[in-house]
Ligand binder design. Structure first.
Ligand code: PEP
Length: 284
């Protein structure tokens, strides 16, 4: 991970604001479509990119239900190999046509399925080959943050992942998800998440993205709700959220996306009037 001064990004206006719903192992094919339609109707904000990631078996019904809504569909994972003897797994080619996004490297998969950064790098490559836009999750454990190593840990995750993935992906999205904040009701402080987002872009720049690192959206994830989303979106370096538990509740999603729309519209105005220059500490 780079050391030294972190350079603030001044171009939040050119990055989209995204809210990604991770339904995890919840919903059934019988009810997922109805929930997706209800969320789409309650979050009809064209300024905000909206993605719903249901379980694999609900991808088709959710995709059908969301047709014409402007909400995109993502998978929660994909296999790191192209095909073969991998019982129960899902390959990138199986997802083609069903999804436009895929979460990669979620901490629950690292924890429960032993996913390594190297494997996650191969998953990025599978996404690239299939034209699927990856949302790469990175984040530290609580002890690592308490030891002052959070930025170094995330930097190492990025380095090992991109070493394995071999190429930079222009459509990459990063989700900074401190492991201790996922599903716990705890959240990072907005300022800490913002510092990490800057560090992530700086690391990407040094890993081969160069100036394009400033264009990579960085989301925050970890117990985000309609009450807490504002703290993160007020930070110019943060471009949205990966939402787990709250994404199963229509009212919560309505509140989160409504708040995100304020930020998206403000950044659009800033982008139009100042070509991205200036101090954005006053972002709504
Ligand atoms: C997640 O699933 O990535 C997540 C952040 O979950 P939660 O919002 O429930 O913490």
């Amino acid at each position: 991970m780079p050391t030294g001064r972190l350079v603030p990004c001044d171009d939040a206006a050119v990055r989209p604001v995204l809210i990604v719903a991770n339904w995890k192992m919840n919903t059934t094919p019988a009810d997922a479509g109805d929930l997706a339609v209800a969320i789409a109707a309650a979050t009809d904000e064209p300024a905000v990119g909206r993605v719903i990631c249901p379980p694999f078996v609900s991808l088709q019904p959710v995709r059908d239900a969301l047709a014409g809504s402007g909400v995109e569909v993502g998978a929660q994972d994909l296999h790191h190999e192209v095909s073969g003897a991998y019982t129960g797994d899902i390959s990138a080619s199986m997802l083609e046509g069903l999804v436009s996004w895929c979460i990669v490297g979620h901490s629950e998969r690292r924890r429960d399925h032993g996913e390594t950064d190297e494997r996650i790098g191969h998953k990025l490559a599978r996404c690239r080959e299939a034209g699927i836009r990856p949302i790469l999750c990175v984040g530290e454990q609580l002890q690592e943050r308490e030891a002052g190593r959070a930025i170094a840990v995330v930097g190492e995750q990025l380095r090992r992942t991109f070493e394995a993935s071999a190429r930079m992906d222009e459509r990459l999205v990063i989700a900074y998800e401190p492991v201790w904040a996922i599903g716990t009701g705890l959240t990072a402080r907005g300022a800490d998440a913002a510092e990490m987002a800057e560090a992530i872009r700086q690391a990407l720049g040094e890993l081969g993205y160069g100036a394009r690192a400033a264009e990579v959206p960085v989301l925050y994830g970890g117990s985000v709700t309609s009450a807490s989303i504002g703290e993160f979106l007020a930070e110019p370096t943060i471009d949205g959220a990966l939402v787990g538990g709250a994404s199963l509740k229509v009212d919560e999603m309505a509140g989160i996306v409504a708040r995100a729309a304020l930020t998206a519209r403000a950044r659009q105005v800033i982008g139009e009037t100042s070509s991205g220059a200036g101090d954005r500490r006053g972002d709504p």
